[in-house]
Every structure is written in C-alpha cells, then in structure tokens.
Design a protein around this ligand. Structure first.
Ligand SMILES: NC(=O)c1ccc[n+]([C@@H]2O[C@H](COP(=O)([O-])OP(=O)(O)OC[C@H]3O[C@@H](n4cnc5c(N)ncnc54)[C@H](O)[C@@H]3O)[C@@H](O)[C@H]2O)c1
Length: 282
C-alpha cells in the first residue's frame, strides 16, 4: 500500500517530531491535538528544528519551506478520515488511547493503518479497541525523532502482513532503522531502559549520590551519552511513571515498582524539561 497522507495525533514532543520527518519526505501530514495552542506549539517546534538545520546548512531554505507547507493542522479527529496511516502520539494513558483507537476504527477508511507510538502499552489492547485489529501496529520512535535512527515496529498477533510491511517500509523511507519487536509491555527499549532510570531515582531517594554524580558515573563509567536522570527529565517524568506502571502491572513483578520519589515528583508537577523542573532545573 502506498502512503501519501499521514495523520499524526498529539502535537507534543513526539508528535511534532513525527510530523516533521514525514513532511520532510514529502508526505501530506495532518497534525491533530485537542487545543489550538497545542497544535501551534507543535508547529513552533517543527519550525525551530528546521531553522536550526538551515543554520547548520544541513538543509536549505527551500527544503524548510516545502517541509512546513506539507503540514496542516486540525482539532478534529474526523478530518483524518482519508489518511493512509494515522500515527497516534498522545499522552501515555491506556484508557484515553483505547477511546481514541475505538473512534479511529469508526471514522477512518477500512484499510487505513492505525499506528501507535506508545512507549509501553501492549498494541493488542489498542488493536482490540479499534474494532479492526489486523490494521493496528506499533511504531515506536525515539526522542528526538528527527535525530534518532531507531523505530521499533511492534507486531501484535493480529497485525496483518500488509500493515506490518507498509509500516516497516515507511520507517525505512523516513531514513530510520526499523526493528521488528513482538508485542510485550515496554517492548525492548523501555523494558530495559526504564528500570535503569527508575533505579537511578532510587539512588537519589536513598541518598546514594546527588543527581549530577549519578549521571557522571553512568556517562564516564558506562559511556552513556546522557546520564539516566537527565534522560528521564528529557523523556518527561509523567511518561516515565506511566511506563513503569504499565511494566509493574502487566508483568506482575515487583522488580518494576515505580520509585516513590518519581511518584512524588509527578504529583508536584515536576515533569522535567517540559515544566522547567525535574531532577534538574531548566
Ligand atoms: N517522550 C519520549 O521520550 C517518548 C519516546 C517515545 C515514545 N513516547 C510516547 O509518545 C507519546 C507522546 O509522548 P510525548 O512525550 O510527545 O508527550 P507530550 O506530553 O509532549 O504530548 C502529548 C500531546 O498529546 C495531546 N493529547 C492528549 N490527549 C489527546 C487526545 N485525546 N487527542 C489529541 N491529542 C491529545 C496533548 O495535548 C499533548 O500535546 C506517549 O505515548 C509516549 O509514551 C514518548
């Protein structure tokens, strides 16, 4: 199946990045969120990213203009009805995502692919909610989307060959490296990464070391490009907590219990970069 028109739902840090890379290879993109200010923030993020690439001479002004002109915005899911693929990147909340997939199953064309960028929620749950489980797939981009090469393409038991193949090929066309992953909570990336970030938070809570010291240990000692606490702030502490809760509940294993300090910080609205404070101030 040829993908011409891409719907992206959620214009936050991931949705804006996904819209940008799709528009960058000439797809017609419709970016959707629940408030005008949120879609506008998404467009501002894309504009800033492209401007930086022009300044660094990675792309020219014409490429920036054509990429921006490929992105239209809407506040109504109904406008996505003619898309060939809809990529969902809304908040990491199972019930809200299920409701959205149920709606998308009703309003989009029969063969529209419904992809989720969820970090942890099993694709089979969203597939079932959609009412047409053969067309649902996971397309898990990494943050920041325009920079990071990996896309986990998650195949649920019900995903048909065409849906999987078309999604895999779209990731390749985006100049990414897609990797097939089966449908388990947290997939591969977050099943391994998040427990490490959670453990770093326990180290802060128990007074093992200060955040800067923990990040320095992991950067210099383990050659990680970014320390775990700086990375958690970058991902968003609300998203980190939501992922740990999915792992804890769905794997039914206390080794995944979210760090109490993480729970407390999310309650206080300290979500990392996006709110100006997390383990660090921004
Ligand atoms: N942050 C990361 O590093 C990262 C990496 C990979 C995947 N993800 C996943 O991507 C998704 C989005 O994460 P994010 O970091 O971009 O979050 P974010 O908080 O930056 O953005 C989420 C956006 O979704 C919008 N939204 C919420 N409910 C909506 C609805 N019903 N319809 C339309 N829009 C709605 C919000 O208004 C917000 O603009 C989550 O599922 C997350 O787990 C995040």
């Amino acid at each position: 199946m040829k993908i011409r028109k891409v719907g992206v739902i959620g214009a936050g840090q991931m949705g804006a990045g996904i819209a940008q890379v799709c528009a960058g290879i000439g797809k017609e993109v419709l970016l959707c969120d629940i408030k005008e200010e949120f879609v506008q923030n998404g467009i501002n993020t894309i504009t800033k990213n492209l401007q930086r690439s022009v300044t660094k001479e990675r792309i020219n002004q014409d490429k920036m203009n054509s990429t921006l002109s490929n992105v239209k915005t809407t506040l109504h899911n109904n406008d996505l009805k003619n898309c060939d693929i809809v990529i969902e990147a809304i908040i990491e909340n199972k019930d809200i995502k299920k409701k959205l997939f149920s709606n998308l199953g009703k309003i989009t064309k029969e063969n529209t692919i419904l992809a989720s960028n969820t970090s942890s929620i099993p694709i089979s749950i969203l597939a079932e909610a959609s009412g047409r489980p053969t067309k649902v797939v996971g397309m898990h981009f990494m943050n920041p989307v325009p920079v990071m090469k990996l896309v986990e393409v998650i195949r649920a038991k019900t995903t048909d060959d065409e849906t999987f193949g078309t999604t895999f090929k779209l990731a390749e066309d985006l100049n990414k490296v897609p990797v097939l992953v089966n449908d388990f909570p947290g997939f591969v990336s977050n099943r391994i990464l998040l427990p490490m970030l959670n453990e770093a938070m326990f180290c802060v809570m128990e007074g093992v070391a200060e955040p800067e010291a923990i990040d320095t240990v992991m950067k210099l000692g383990m050659s990680h490009p970014m320390g775990p606490l700086r990375l958690a702030d970058f991902i968003g502490l609300d998203t980190c907590l939501a992922i740990m809760q999915v792992l804890h509940r769905d794997m039914n294993d206390d080794k995944y219990r979210p760090c109490p300090l993480l729970i407390e910080m999310v309650k206080k609205g300290k979500l990392g970069n996006k709110t100006g404070e997390g383990f660090y101030k921004y």
